[in-house]
Design a protein. Sequence first.
Length: 266
Amino acid sequence: MQVEINNQDSILLPLLGHVIFGTDEACDVIFENITGSPKKICSVIRDKASCILEVFNHEQVVVNDHIIKELAILHPGDIIQIENQQLKIIDENTLPKNCSTPFKLIEQDINNKLITSVSGLRSFNRNNNGELAIVGSQNSFTHKPVNDKDIPFSVSYIDDNLTLLCKKDKHIFINGNKASYTILKNGDYISTGFAKYCVESPGTSSFSKYSPSHPRNIQLSEEYLVTNKDEHKESNGLQTNNKLWWIILASILTVITTFLIILKTL
């Protein structure tokens, strides 16, 4: 993971620890164009596939036009604004792959196992935050600009690849990297600077993480069956022990009864 500063220099986020931004000399990145007394403004901590933003002392920090008061999870492509300074999260290990096939909207075969019902774009936008726009049974998905500066784009399947095409002579960001006509992968983050989506598509795997045929779900099912099998064995063992106990108890009662009858006759 990297942080690009004002569309120029980039710094690498460490696997452990954090990078502190501010105007104080103790900061890892010092902003010279921000006025006021020296201070630590925020820090970015790398955490697996995402990053964590921590804001100090209620400073004015904005991420994708949202004011962050204390903590926020960052994804590749997210833009952090601190007064006149701009920071962008970039995942340099997931570069977008350009598509060379002509873009066209085609009728999708819903019976084609290469395209699953959960392939689509998860929205991070205000009006439809959390919604999943399905691509597969539909021809395509088209992002409508949220304002005049936003960039429209369309997503459709081309040669069994989920493919994105943005407005002519424009570009968007895939995992923080510039892209205009590219093949999407599961987990990619799309950002226009004003809109944000996450790709949820198993690609050509013929099953999704939500499907009963997914390896993890199969594994869980097998574990569940094994657990039931063990419980069944334990239950059978308990029943066998109970039967044996009742037989012994009945035998003892029979012996006692017989002994009492003998004593009574004497």
